[in-house]
Design a protein. Sequence first.
Length: 569
Amino acid sequence: MSNYGGAITTDPSDLTRQNLNLFSLIIVSGNNVSYNKTFGEEDFDPKRYVDLSLKSNLSKTQKTFDGLPRSGENGTVSVEDLKVFIATYFDDAGDDLVYYDPEDFFPEPQGFLPKVKNPEVRSWALEVHALWKNLSRKVSDGVLEHSELHTMLPLPEAVVVPGSRFREVYYWDSYWVIRGLLASKMYTTAKAIVTNLIFLVDTYGYALNGARAYYTNRSQPPLLSAMVYEIYNRTCDVELVRKALPALLEEHAFWNSEIHKVTIQDAQGSNHNLSRYYAMWNKPRPESSTIDKESASKFSGNSKKQQFYREVASAAESGWDFSTRWMRNTSEFSTLSTTSILPVDLNVYILKMEQNIAFFANVLGHKSTMESFLEAAEARKNAINSVFWNDEMGQWLDYRPTNGPICKESETWQACNQNQNAYASNFIPLWIDLFRSDAALVENVMGSLQSSGLVHAAGIATSLINSGQQWDFPNGWAPLQHMIVEGLLRSGVKEARSLAEDIAVRWIKTNYIGYKKTGAMHEKYDVQKCGAFGGGGEYIPQTGFGWSNGVVLTFLEEFGWPEDRSIGC
Ligand SMILES: OC[C@H]1O[C@H](O[C@H]2O[C@H](CO)[C@@H](O)[C@H](O)[C@H]2O)[C@H](O)[C@@H](O)[C@@H]1O
């Protein structure tokens, strides 16, 4: 288990032990191979190289690599030699996961989306449902027997991957995959995903960003308790709750540990504890090493570079990699300052975790745990209201303490430190029953959402800033649509329900038209145009796609689709 209390717990030699293969070593150590300029095709993706697995042990492979002919001042290896070397010593990326036929998959499960009456929509929904088969995998015997040759981690159960370059399980994606699997009645597969995440918490002390050795320095938005809650709601599986509770307590401690916890004193002098993202890593991300090095080249001096790398990895921990949300100057990527920001959504997820732990403790009869987590939830709710809520705007805003990097001593709250830019995350508290139980508040927030400029023809934009980063305008992401729609829907306010349905219909249509045009479900969409997929960021747009499939199925289950409603834009 990792000791996340320290500043950095994982160095490259540690990574080697944890299966990070030769390519990550080459990339991490900055060896003289310039991949992005001299090697590979136009769609070069550094992640591919850290996903390859070694055919035999590292020392032999390393020796051969060291012996390759070099030229020029930098001792560059030729593209041809490198290609031969890779083909000889590595198996392909993706070979370490094998296709898996989920036992609970049926082409048309009993009771599938009963409210979807329109035949065209129904037949598409069945195609989306069938994608679970394409995305189901299990780790190969090679990974289980020789994990030192792979960056893939040896998960005990079958997995559902997002798709394309994302060949491994991702933490927060799994929540929407599970929501979709529940609509598809695939309860065994949903539980297997949770079992894998519990395995990661048991092994590392927290749920990793993804199931790869190079993700062992950070987590992702903490939604494990929400996954267990949804599965329990459908299956009443008390054993699952019993298995999950210790892992959830451990995860809660992780997010409240020294590196994540920040104390803010409000205008009335009361102290509030909130959490931030903070990756245990201050080097280039192995899966995006060439890109990170190039971005860091602006900084002179090791310590500035290291701080920048930590901000980058922490933004990846947020799931919003990358976004102007994390930049002090929204037009300058190098001003990334993730660890200096208290994010609304992270604290909402932790509040949900606290509520869920209290609920599970009650199910298992652990009264004192229940009471202490009800108290923790109440305290965090107050903190969210005191630090993030902006009454004039009717939104919850990220908070950036005055003095830049968050210091140990408690900071005093100032209104001007709230980030007033419109982000979809400003509305995520609606997802929590504690915030949506007040009808007047819901109406206020709903009005604010409608006038924010975020609601577009094909869904809710991530932000209003077109920065070229993928978690900004004009991209819309399935998880953000889902949390806001579900929040509005469950508020019980009539107008909020109809706004929720309106957004869900726009989202379903854009997914449908995009699917008909391209034959695929996409990772993100362009909310300006119905049927257009999103772009920007550091990799080419991906298809598959776990959370998009999950959200479409969840929306169709909730709202249905009447026979006479057109699916065209
Ligand atoms: O390889 C670059 C980054 O890719 C991941 O982030 C994106 O995809 C994930 C899977 O769908 C998603 O969870 C995340 O929100 C996306 O931004 C990965 O999670 C990053 O850590 C990684 O550096």
